[in-house]
Structures are given as C-alpha cells and as structure tokens.
Write a protein that binds this ligand. Structure first.
Ligand code: HEC
Ligand code: HEC
Length: 172
C-alpha cells in the first residue's frame, strides 16, 4: 500500500506539493478508468461467449417471431405393457393416442379405461389410486384430479434421448 499517494499535502513541505498531488490524482483516475474499462470489456466478452454457446430448444429466433415448427414424430405402439421404472410410476401408454381427445366435453380415454367400459374394451382399468379424493376418501367415481390423463401418462416416440444420461430402472 503506497500511503504517500493518498496523503493530503501539508503546509510544511514534508508531503507532496499541490502540483504533485494533482498529477498523482490524475494517475489514480487513469488507473481507475483502465480497470473499469477492462471489467466492462470482460463482461461483454463473457456475455458474448455465453450467448454463442447457450441456445434454447426453441432455437435462436426472436421472441416476437413465431417458433420454428418441430418435425412431428409418429407415436409408436409397443407390444404389451411398458415396464415401469419404479413402482409408483404412471405407466407409459403402449398405444398411439393421436386420435384421442381430452377436452371439457369429452375424454376418449375413458371410453376404454373407465370402470364402466374397461371389461368390454379389454383394456386395463384406470389405477385404483384414481378413485381416491384429495382428502383420502375412496369413491366409485374417478377423482377429477385424474381427468387430464396425459399430465401423467405419456405416449411413446421412437427418438434418441435429447441428452446423454445414465438413468437406470429402480431394482424391484
Ligand atoms: C380403444 C380403446 C382405448 C383408448 C381410447 C385408450 N386406450 Fe389406453 N389402452 C387400451 C388397451 C387395450 C391397453 C392395453 C395394452 C394394449 O393393448 O395396447 C391400453 C393401455 C394403456 C396404458 C398402459 C397401462 C399399463 O398398466 O401399462 C395406459 C397408461 C393407457 N392405456 C392410457 C390411455 C390414455 C391416457 C388414453 C387417452 C389419451 C387411452 N389410453 C386411450 C385401450 C385404449
Ligand atoms: C396425477 C397423475 C395421473 C393422472 C392425471 C392419471 N393417472 Fe393413471 N396412473 C397414475 C399412476 C401414478 C398410476 C400407477 C398407480 C396406480 O395404479 O394407481 C396410474 C395407473 C394407471 C393405469 C394402470 C392401472 C393398473 O392397474 O395397472 C391406467 C390404465 C391408467 N392409469 C389410466 C389413466 C387414464 C385413462 C387417465 C385419465 C382419465 C389417468 N390414468 C390419469 C397417475 C395418473
């Protein structure tokens, strides 16, 4: 620490004269500006690199432009049931659901999986947990929290994983 640089000038002439003081202040200001400039440039640089490497799945098109359309992949059919990765997992859907509809008026899944229809349609009945209300009471009516099936059950597409992963099924 150079104490001399920031010592105020004294009248006794032992400290730096007012002229030297001014020059020293100028040097300090220059250094300060240089540091500030360097920091700004580094910030811009880091920002630039980050922007070049990170791209959203949506792509780099402007927010106010409509997103590029993804290729529509065909859903696949899997023979039999798809093994669950853990016991409580909502089972994945082994058949296509492209023609199914879940709206306020209609839920076509229930035409086969509903308690009233599953035998006739030879489909598995919606899970027992689907008849339990939020407060734990069971009923004959499917709980409406389960109405939007695809919130939990997903159809399958024949695609590679988006990111490499080492996921393993829980040993059952
Ligand atoms: C035409 C009747 C039909 C319709 C409609 C239908 N399914 Fe299925 N679903 C089946 C049958 C039959 C199976 C048994 C496996 C197979 O044969 O594909 C099944 C299997 C399933 C399974 C796997 C169950 C398990 O234990 O592994 C899930 C989950 C499922 N369906 C969800 C849905 C959802 C969600 C919809 C609506 C988007 C739907 N299904 C519409 C007939 C149907
Ligand atoms: C909040 C999540 C959730 C929603 C919504 C949901 N399910 Fe499930 N479903 C599950 C879970 C978890 C299981 C496994 C536990 C069980 O069997 O209850 C399951 C199991 C099932 C099974 C297999 C039952 C068996 O005995 O193997 C079928 C069929 C099914 N659901 C159909 C449906 C249909 C059709 C809908 C829409 C009407 C629906 N589910 C809505 C989570 C959900």
């Amino acid at each position: 620490m150079q104490k001399m640089c920031i010592a105020a000038p004294t009248r006794h002439g032992s400290g730096p004269s007012p002229g030297i003081w001014a020059i020293m202040m100028e040097e300090v200001m220059k250094k300060f500006l240089l540091i500030a400039l360097t920091a700004t440039l580094m910030g811009v640089g880091v920002g630039y690199v980050a922007r070049a490497e990170v791209a959203t799945l949506r792509g780099n098109n402007p927010l106010d432009a409509s997103a590029k359309q993804f290729d529509r992949r065909k859903q696949t059919t899997v023979e039999g049931k798809i093994e669950r990765s853990w016991k409580q997992q909502p089972p994945s859907i082994p058949h296509k659901i492209e023609k199914d509809e879940i709206t306020l008026q209609v839920n076509t899944c229930l035409r086969c999986h509903d308690a009233a229809n599953f035998k006739k349609e030879k489909a598995p009945k919606v899970g027992d947990s689907h008849f339990v209300a939020a407060d734990g009471t069971k009923s004959d009516q499917m709980d409406l929290r389960r109405y939007f099936c695809t919130q939990c059950h997903t159809p399958q597409l024949d695609v590679d994983p988006l990111v490499e992963n080492t996921f393993e099924t829980v040993k059952q």
